[in-house]
Structure formats: C-alpha cells, structure tokens
Design a protein around this ligand. Structure first.
Ligand code: HEC
Ligand code: HEC
Length: 264
C-alpha cells in the first residue's frame, strides 16, 4: 500500500515536472493513462477501405469459434479494417459483440451473423446508406441457399438451406430439419461458422460495391410482404404493422383463411 502510494506520488511528481519543463516525454513515461485530455472520438461514420472478401470470410469462420456468430462477422470486417488502416478500427472493443450469439445470448431472435454485419455496416456508412445495404443483406440472407462459402479448412461438410427469415431460431431449425443434425450438435455450430463466413463475405461485397458506386439492390422484397403492407403498413387502411421492408409475412401467418377481407 505505502509503496504504491509513494510510487504514485513520485510518478505524479514526475508528471508535473515533465509538464513544467515543457519537454514531458521522459517525465510522462509511467503516467500514460493520465492523459485523456486530447482523446476525441473519430468523426462518424468511420472511413471504409475496400477489403478482400475471401480474406474476410476466412476471418469470419475463425472468429465464430472465438466468440460466436455476431462476433464472427463483426470481428472479421472490423478486424480486417484494423489490419489495413489501423486506428480508429484497431481501438474498437470488438469483444462487446459477443452478446449477439444465438440471436442475442441464445434467445433465438435476430441471427447474430446478420447483427454483426449490420453493426459493421453501420460503423462505416451513414444511416441512409446503411439501411439500403442492410435491406439487401437481409433479403439475400432470407432467400438464398446458405451457407454459400466453404472455408479452406472445414471441420465437416455442410448442406445449405433457405431460411426465409432473418431470425436465428427459424434459420437454425430450417437447417436442422433439412440436414438431420440437432440444434446443439457440432455440425450445427460448424454450419453457423460457415454462415458467419458467408455473411461477412457478402457484406464486404456490398461495402466494396458501395465504395465503387456500383451498389444495386438485387434481392427484392417478396410480393406477399408488399401486398400485406399495402393495408397493414405505413399509410395503409389498417396501419398496425411497423414494418417498411421484410423478408416474409406468410412464413408465420400461414393460415389466412379467416382473414377478414380478401387478399389479392
Ligand atoms: C386489402 C387490405 C388488406 C391486405 C392486403 C391484407 N390485410 Fe390483413 N387485415 C386487413 C383488415 C381490414 C383486417 C382487420 C383489421 C381489424 O380488425 O382491426 C386484417 C386483419 C389481419 C389479421 C388479424 C386477423 C386474422 O385473420 O388473424 C392478420 C393476422 C392479417 N390481417 C395478416 C395479413 C397478412 C399476413 C397479409 C398479407 C398476406 C394481409 N393481412 C393482407 C386488411 C388487409
Ligand atoms: C416471425 C413470425 C412473424 C412474421 C414474419 C410476421 N408476423 Fe405478424 N404476427 C406474428 C405474431 C406472433 C403475432 C401476434 C399473435 C397473432 O396475433 O397471431 C402477429 C400479429 C400480427 C397482426 C395482428 C393480428 C391480430 O390478431 O390482430 C398482423 C396484422 C400481422 N401480424 C401482420 C403481419 C405482416 C403484414 C407481416 C409481414 C410484414 C407479419 N405480420 C410478419 C408473427 C409474425
């Protein structure tokens, strides 16, 4: 106690001396944590630099086994940006993204791979651009057979499935039914690792296209969604569904035989 207190006083003294001398470099050594005055958050959004999507996919696969799905995609993209440009990306506390695993701490809600990718997009794009890219990402995720990226050193071979939904539970269970593997199996984990790789790769393609001004939405809103929202969405006759874009309505609303009005 006494020693550390004396050491502290000594260091503080050195700090004061260094500042007083106007040449604080040597005096400041050992006092580094006491200098936050100049610290300023970098301007938002942080500047994206084009990445190699296959490198990022491999990082996504490895990242999954370190911190699960959300960490997988986010650490792949932001880690690759840190490797390429350094700060501010190298300063991001990437570990916070572990919360997204299994649809937020295994609650089965939003797919963590999508959540991590959306966070990464939102770090490097203003909200208008981010929304545009994320809409395409979700539409792609829900309509394509995934995973569509096979890592260089996989543990198992993995079949692909179409989720029709951005939800962890729906995506995983659809895959389990198709593959025959259980939801807590090593094969299911491997599938989600491939999925983190696939989502990270597609996200980088989107960000690269945006950087080149060649982004075009290719996966569109399904017709059922557009129809439902014409009445239930914004400015519709009912307007009780707070959704502007979605991947499906009829995935859950399977029986519309008692729907009060005819649906064209
Ligand atoms: C032409 C307008 C219109 C369209 C299109 C439409 N709805 Fe409806 N929907 C209504 C109205 C009106 C009600 C009754 C609202 C009320 O009672 O408050 C309703 C009620 C519902 C209900 C609650 C009653 C029930 O049947 O369980 C659900 C669920 C629903 N709609 C889902 C859908 C879905 C899914 C679609 C797209 C496939 C859709 N609706 C398309 C007008 C529409
Ligand atoms: C992930 C599953 C899921 C999806 C996808 C989904 N819903 Fe629902 N929806 C529900 C659940 C659960 C409820 C609440 C229980 C109920 O009323 O069925 C609900 C309620 C509703 C209701 C009110 C029903 C009532 O009883 O009044 C409407 C209208 C509705 N949804 C429309 C839509 C539309 C339009 C879409 C597409 C944009 C959509 N839903 C997509 C699960 C879903």
């Amino acid at each position: 106690m006494e020693t550390s207190r004396r050491q502290f006083l000594k260091q503080t003294g050195q700090f004061a001396l260094g500042v007083a001398a106007g040449a604080g470099v040597t005096g400041l050594i050992g006092c580094a944590p006491a200098a936050p005055a100049a610290a300023q958050a970098p301007k938002f959004p942080w500047t994206y630099a084009k990445l190699d999507s296959v490198t990022v996919a491999e990082k996504g696969y490895a990242g999954y086994y370190k911190g699960a799905c959300m960490y997988g995609t986010f650490s792949a993209i932001v880690g690759a940006l840190a490797d390429k440009v350094g700060a501010p990306f190298s300063t991001f506390p990437i570990d916070m993204m572990k919360y997204g695993k299994g649809g937020v701490y295994d609650l089965g809600t939003l797919c963590g791979a999508l959540n991590g990718a959306s966070a990464a997009i939102s770090l490097v794009a203003d909200t208008t651009i981010a929304e545009k890219l994320i809409d395409e990402l979700f539409a792609w995720y829900s309509s394509e057979a995934l995973p569509d990226y096979k890592p260089q050193t996989p543990k198992y071979d993995i079949v692909a499935s179409v989720s029709n939904s951005p939800l962890c539970h729906v995506s995983v269970t659809t895959w389990c039914n198709k593959s025959g593997f259980k939801a807590f199996s090593a094969q299911r984990a491997e599938r989600c690792a491939w999925l983190a790789a696939s989502v990270a790769k597609y996200t980088v393609d989107l960000l690269n296209n945006q950087a080149d001004n060649t982004f075009k939405r290719v996966h569109t809103t399904p017709a059922d969604v557009t129809t439902c929202l014409s009445c239930h969405g914004q400015k519709g006759s009912v307007e009780n569904v707070h959704v502007v874009d979605a991947t499906s309505c009829t995935l859950c609303h399977v029986d519309l035989s008692k729907h009060p009005v005819p649906i064209k």
